[in-house]
Design a protein around this ligand. Sequence first.
Ligand code: NAD
Length: 485
Amino acid sequence: MGSVPAEEMAVDFGGLVGDLREVYESDRTRDLEWRESQLRGLVRLLEEEEEAIFDVLREDLGKHRGEAFRDEVGVLKKSVVDKLQNLKNWAAPEKAHTPLVAFPATAMVVPEPLGVVLIFSCWNLPIGLALEPLSGALAAGNAVVVKPSELAPSTSAFLAANIPKYLDAKAVKVVEGGADVGEKLMEHRWDKVLFTGSSRVGRLIMTKAAKHLTPVALELGSKCPCIIDWLDSNRDSQVAVNRIIGAKWSTCSGQACIAIDYVLVEEEFAPILIEMLKSTLKRFFTKTEYMARILNEKHFKRLSGLLADRRVAASVVHGGHFNPKTLSIEPTLLLNPPLDSDIMTEEIFGPLLPIITVKKIEDSITFLKSKPKPLAIYAFTRNEELKRRIIDETSSGSVTFNDAIVQYGLDSIPFGGVGHSGFGQYHGKYSFEMFSHKKAVLKRSFLIEFMFRYPPWDESKIGFLRRVYRFDYISLFFALIGLRR
Ligand code: NAD
């Protein structure tokens, strides 16, 4: 059995961890062929169960199959195939330089699996946020427990039922359940924990991990800003607007950690931008089913609560209609809501988009620097100086120019936060590295022995050491043969 009913395991997670450790210690998961077979299993799961995945994503979040394929199934399959193609290279020892003074010697960096690892995933991309880290952990040769979010129950049940069918059920377990189960899991020693979710729970995870000195990676949320510079060409402006809508309303209705949270724009461009957003929204969302719904009543209330502040409600320039029956919220634009209101101090995680005006677009850099470091910064601009300043003067998990959210799909760049948006990076090779230890291996021979490295000390020995650390081999040679002091 690879999936574990919460009630059953809550009493005996020690047994679960023990079983996994036994499997890991049998060395089965280290074997490259085993790792490849697991990745192939994941690809088969994504291919053969595609329709079932679409179904559970619709049930949990009202995601359209187009969005579900783009953001979860398709992008993930591409990423697992990339791992299959590159695994041998990634897992191979990497030769490292050794200084001449160590001759004869060889040095290597050997990636090794960490052991038994735990992955907490979140509900908004409940397939991708569980299986992308899982693919990295398996590629790296670990035994794994996946704890899906209880808030996407159909997806959680799907993972629990299907992972054992496609993967080694003794080495990969799915544990379903909520906070209580998460807390119980964290009582045990893991070799790494990757947590995706809120900073509130992230803090608890870190505190519990400290007891066992378990390393953690935290993938948290933030307010991701988007700078929109004045774009001379109408076409460029339209492309920007398409991409902004894609990164706000078409990605789980803005319930995504790297969704655009708010926009910064010059005052005179704001009315044009608003008109373009309105007309494009109308063209894109011709059916309500093209936008995911809000996760649950609690989040629906949280989002409607953001507009309870009268100053915020007064800033709505488009949308603002909430339907509690269908848990849907109309794409909503707000112009200059107060900066001290909740909508501008908390992560929105929903389909509300504040537009904040600045006098000059360069002022947005000062604005960003006054805020915590976000997971992503976006900027639509042709101004190379502005791009340079954003890269040099701000800090964030990623910066994307002239697009948004698509950085998530690139296997060649790391995904993760910095500062309050978390730490630890994955995706592509970085997912492999997330769950590997880079072991330093140095092989020396008995051939040459320098006695100046040992006591009893005298000044001449220190002189030899100085030459060694300066890599001053000529001087060292002459000193060794007695021609120099
Ligand atoms: P959450 O923090 O409540 O839950 C995340 C996971 O932790 C779930 O599996 C949950 O069951 C588990 N959990 C909850 N309480 C726990 C406890 N006390 N002990 C152990 N485990 C516990 O998730 P949320 O608040 O609904 O998630 C939304 C947040 O996640 C947003 O801030 C969003 O930006 C962030 N997020 C970040 C990323 C990323 O990749 N950086 C991706 C998605 C979501």
